[in-house]
Design a protein around this ligand. Sequence first.
Ligand code: ZN
Length: 309
Amino acid sequence: MTTHRSYLLLCLALMPAGAPADPGCADSAEVSEIADGVYVRWSHPAVMFENDNIANLGFVIGSRCVAVIDTGGSVAEGRALDCAVRKLTELPVCFVINTHVHPDHVLGNAAFERENVQFIGHEKLPRAMALRGDTYLQRAAEHSGDAADPSQMVMPERTVSGEVQLDLGHRTLIVRAHATAHTDNDLSVFDVRTGTLFPGDLVFLEHLPVLDGSINGWLGELGALMRQDFERVVPGHGPCCAGWPQAGQPTVDYLTDLREKTRAWIARGGELGAAQESIEAARPERWRLIDQYHRRNVSAAFAELEWEE
Ligand SMILES: [Zn+2]
């Protein structure tokens, strides 16, 4: 574990000559440069609303400006990420990309709300934010002790269906909207220069995958990504950067097994409640948070698969 002191020294070492020390940035996020100009704030596996820093966040620095990929589970987390950006470059943030609606990825948005910052999300993200926003803010407020503040749910002003390219100055990001998978509003972000993919929560490592979209869709979208070459892939949760496609395999294995067992259960005429008690997670040694999320995943898979012919 890097100590705070050694982290400060690291920041000083990474700081380009002339970058201003910002007195408002005492709580800067600890980030690592995983490829030229590509930074990640790593997370640890933990339950939403009860913990901080549970999703991986990133940013990419071009010659003109910076793109932030997910903002964390609170405005404080977003501010710490913003500070990490400002310690590394004087270039402005021009894009904030939310990979999907989950609160550990979007509730830091308000920290970046200022002129000339464009918020980008899947075409279905505004609807998902409208449906879930109040609940997320309420749960987050219970955790922080602060009052729920609706202004923290910052909606995308630019939505993506299909694919868009973002120009950061001598650097292009390709943002792709996926079919319903982990959620119905998943985006992935590809940095062309370094071959780095941010797949959002289409890829989990260590933290049990959480099914909030479509198990068939997720296996389809992830299968397609696994047939492509990437230099490195930053999972939505879990450590960097096992080789690709190997890093996608645990998520595929878990979902494939869950689908097979749930289909078999339904074919035998079994009920949902008993399925939740009986269907176990494959390869449990790979995962943390099974107790918190597996039963819910069985329920989501059951609801989808019982309508298959
Ligand atoms: Zn998620």
